[in-house]
Design a protein around this ligand. Structure first.
Ligand code: AMP
Length: 221
């Protein structure tokens, strides 16, 4: 049971991935989180990817694909229920490499959920997003502010804005998304795997819709 979450930045992939993966004991693999962890650890890879991430550009395929696909192989070889991929693939070349890896280990994708949201909503969501660098809790300055200004409700650390959530970087990320990632919709549609969910709804409603769609192609098997 391997699932892909597609959609523009800010459509809620991370939030929904955590919920769906938690409910079905899937391993949640976020390529953005993997890359941020490399940066935080100060690895050579982390240093190489920083300038792309800060500018809102995609990290080159050769830097990201291997890291993610190694994790996919590792997780699927250890008796896991499956993986939920969040933020990967983002280019056709990544999608093709993912297919090769899955075929090689006799696994497949059972569904690709595409979360949709219009650009102005995305800009509002992302520029207001704040997160806790320590425990990962996510807030929004208007829609979900922490109880104590600037402090995480869960662990009390100071919440921060991701450097790539500044407005001009968000607009660049959207451009990049339309140009490089959106063609994946057609790729997965042709494979008979694409399902669309409008993410301009309450978080619980979006989760319910995703669950409903996956029930027929992934969960009942
Ligand atoms: P995210 O947390 O998914 O929004 O990703 C943050 C940033 O990490 C992106 O803007 C890219 O710079 C980089 N990134 C994450 N996943 C990928 C990917 N699959 N391919 C290329 N770059 C990626």
């Amino acid at each position: 049971m391997n699932i892909i979450l597609l959609g523009p930045p800010g459509a809620g992939k991370g939030t929904q991935a955590k919920r769906i993966a938690g409910a079905h004991s899937l391993v949640h693999l976020s390529s953005g989180d993997l890359l941020r962890a490399e940066r935080a650890a100060g690895t050579e890879l982390g240093r190489k990817v920083s300038k792309f991430m800060d500018a809102g550009k995609l990290v080159p395929d050769e830097l990201v694909t291997q890291v993610v696909l190694n994790r996919v192989r590792q997780e699927l070889s250890s008796d896991e229920n499956g993986v939920l991929l969040d933020g990967f693939p983002r280019t056709l070349s990544q999608a093709k490499d993912l297919d090769v890896t899955l075929t090689d280990i006799e696994e497949q994708i059972c569904g690709a959920i595409n979360l949709t949201l219009d650009d102005e909503q995305i800009v509002r969501r992302l520029t207001g997003r704040r997160s806790c660098p320590k425990c990962g809790a996510v807030y929004h300055v208007k829609a979900k502010p922490p109880k104590r200004a600037g402090r995480c409700d869960v662990c009390g650390s100071e919440v921060v804005q991701r450097s790539d959530d500044a407005e001009e970087v968000v607009r660049e990320r959207l451009e990049v998304y339309r140009r490089q990632t959106q063609p994946l919709e057609e790729y997965y549609r042709q494979a008979g795997l694409l399902q669309e969910v409008d993410s301009d709804m309450e978080i619980d409603t979006v989760t319910g819709e995703i669950e409903e769609l996956l029930r027929s192609c992934c969960f009942e098997k």
